[in-house]
Ligand binder design. Structure first.
Ligand SMILES: *Cc1c(COP(=O)(O)O)cnc(C)c1O
Length: 405
C-alpha cells in the first residue's frame, strides 16, 4: 500500500467530512468510491478486502448481480406506493420471507431499529390483548451487553454509556439480566413479563456467544411462562452464521424474528418482523405503520435476497469458510490475541489489551489492505461478505498475523 500522498483525493474528502459531517462516527480514514463482491476501491485507486460488510448488511457482497438486477428492474417500473395502496411486489416478498422463516405473517419496515421498535410494540400489544396483562404494566426482559439500535426507547435499555447517556428521560418497562444466565432470567420473570428480547449472538458486543444450550433453555422457559421470545437476528441472521438464522444453531424457533441489514441486499434499507398470526395478528389498520415500509423497491430487493438464501448456498459457504477462519484465527491465540469466537463467517477477536487497541488493529489492517471494525476496547469484529473465497480467508488471517508483534 502506498503511503498517503499530499495530492491524494482522499485528503479532500476527509477534510470535507471533518468540516460538514456531524461526528457521531469515527470512520477509518479511507474514502471508498466503488466496490464489487468482497472488494472496495478508494478514491485514490487502492483496493481493500471489506471484512466488515456493512455490519452484515452486505452479506452477499457489493453489487451482487441478482440483487442489483432486481433493483434496476424495479427502479424502472415502480418505487413507492405507500401502504395506502397495494403493490405487486409486497405480497410475493412477504410470502417468500415468511416461508424462509417458517412463519405466517410479515410486518415490513425499513431500518433495524424500526423493526425492533415494532417487535416491542407487538409484544406489549400481545401482552395486553392476548396474555391479559393490565394495561401499562407490561415488562420486557433484555440482556446485558445488548445492542438493538438507536431510538430513544431502545437506548433506554442499553448499558453502553456512549449510546445511552444524556438521552433521558428513558422509556420504562425493561429489565436487564446477564446474557447467558438462565437462572437470572427465570428470577426476573413476573406475571407482567410479556417478552424476552435477545440477540442469539451479540454482534456489537463483540460476537459474544451464549453458553451452549442457553437459547434452547430460553425457548423452553418462555414457552412455559407464556412469554414471547423475540430474536433480534438483524446482524446474526440471513446466512452469516452458516445457517439461515443463528437460532438454527440450536434448533430454536423463536416466536418473533427481527430482521434487517442483509434483507436490503446492501442496496436499500429493508427490515421486517416475522411471526405467526397468533402474535402479529394483534395489529389492526392504523395501529402501526411506516411510509416507506414495504415499498416496492425494497420488496423487490428483499425478495431477491430471500431467493439467494433459499438455495442454501450462502449458508454452506459461511459454514465451510467459517471453519477455515476459525482454524486460522485460533492459531493467533497466545500471540497477541487472548481469545477468538467464530460462528460461520463472523468472528470476534480479543486482542491482548497491552498489545494494541482494536482501533489500532483496524488502522494497521487498513495499511495491509483489509477493512475491519473494532467493537469495544481491544475487541475487533470480522464479518466479511459470504461471497469471499478461501484465498480471501487466508489473506484475512495472514494480515492479522502480520499486525501482531
Ligand atoms: C444493526 C443492528 C440493529 C439496528 O439496525 P439499524 O438498521 O442500524 O437501525 C439492531 N439490532 C442489531 C442486533 C443490530 O446489529
Amino acid at each position: 500500500m502506498d503511503a498517503p500522498e499530499a495530492t491524494s483525493q482522499s485528503h479532500e474528502h476527509l477534510s470535507l467530512a471533518e468540516e460538514w459531517i456531524a461526528a457521531n462516527y469515527h470512520p477509518l480514514p479511507v474514502v471508498i468510491s466503488h466496490a464489487e463482491g468482497a472488494w472496495v476501491t478508494d478514491v485514490d485507486g487502492h483496493r481493500y478486502l471489506d471484512a466488515l460488510a456493512g455490519y452484515s448488511a452486505l452479506n452477499f457482497g457489493h453489487l451482487h448481480p441478482a440483487l442489483v438486477g432486481a433493483a434496476h428492474e424495479q427502479l424502472d417500473r415502480l418505487t413507492l406506493t405507500s401502504r395506502a395502496f397495494h403493490s405487486d411486489q409486497l405480497g410475493p416478498f412477504c410470502r417468500d420471507l415468511a416461508a424462509l422463516a417458517g412463519k405466517e405473517l410479515v410486518l415490513p419496515m425499513n431500518t433495524g431499529a424500526e423493526a425492533v421498535e415494532t417487535a416491542i410494540k407487538t409484544a406489549r400489544k400481545w401482552g395486553y390483548e392476548v396474555k391479559g396483562v393490565p394495561d401499562g404494566a407490561a415488562r420486557i426482559i433484555v440482556m446485558s451487553g445488548n445492542f438493538h439500535g438507536r431510538t430513544t426507547t431502545i437506548i433506554s435499555f442499553s448499558e453502553d454509556p456512549d449510546a445511552h447517556d444524556h438521552y433521558g428521560p428513558y422509556t420504562p418497562g425493561f429489565d436487564i439480566v446477564p446474557y447467558g444466565d438462565l437462572e437470572a432470567l427465570e428470577a426476573a420473570m413476573t406475571d407482567e413479563t410479556v417478552a424476552v428480547l435477545l440477540e442469539p449472538i451479540q454482534g456489537e458486543g463483540g460476537v459474544v456467544l451464549p453458553p451452549a444450550g442457553y437459547l434452547r433453555a430460553v425457548r423452553a422457559l418462555t414457552r412455559e411462562r407464556n412469554v414471547l421470545m423475540l430474536a433480534d437476528e438483524i446482524q446474526s441472521g440471513l446466512g452469516r452464521t452458516g445457517t439461515t438464522f443463528a437460532c438454527d444453531l440450536e434448533d430454536v424457533v423463536p416466536d418473533v424474528y427481527i430482521l434487517g441489514k442483509a434483507l436490503g441486499g446492501g442496496i436499500v434499507p429493508v427490515s421486517a418482523v416475522v411471526a405467526d398470526r397468533s402474535v402479529l395478528g394483534v395489529f389492526t389498520p392504523g395501529s402501526h405503520g411506516s411510509t416507506f415500509g414495504g415499498n416496492p423497491l425494497g420488496a423487490a430487493v428483499g425478495r431477491a435476497v430471500v431467493g439467494l438464501l433459499r438455495t442454501g448456498e450462502y449458508q454452506e459457504r459461511a459454514a465451510h469458510l467459517g471453519k477455515l477462519l476459525d482454524e486460522g484465527l485460533r492459531g493467533l491465540v497466545g500471540r497477541g490475541v487472548d481469545a477468538v469466537r467464530v460462528r460461520g463467517l463472523w468472528a470476534g477477536v480479543d486482542i491482548t489489551p497491552s498489545v494494541m487497541t482494536g482501533r489500532e488493529a483496524c488502522e494497521r489492517m487498513m495499511e495491509l489492505g483489509v477493512l475491519m471494525k473494532d467493537t469495544h476496547g481491544s475487541t475487533v469484529r470480522l464479518a466479511p461478505p459470504l461471497v469471499i473465497g478461501e484465498d480471501e480467508v487466508h489473506l484475512l488471517v495472514d494480515s492479522f498475523a502480520k499486525i501482531l508483534p
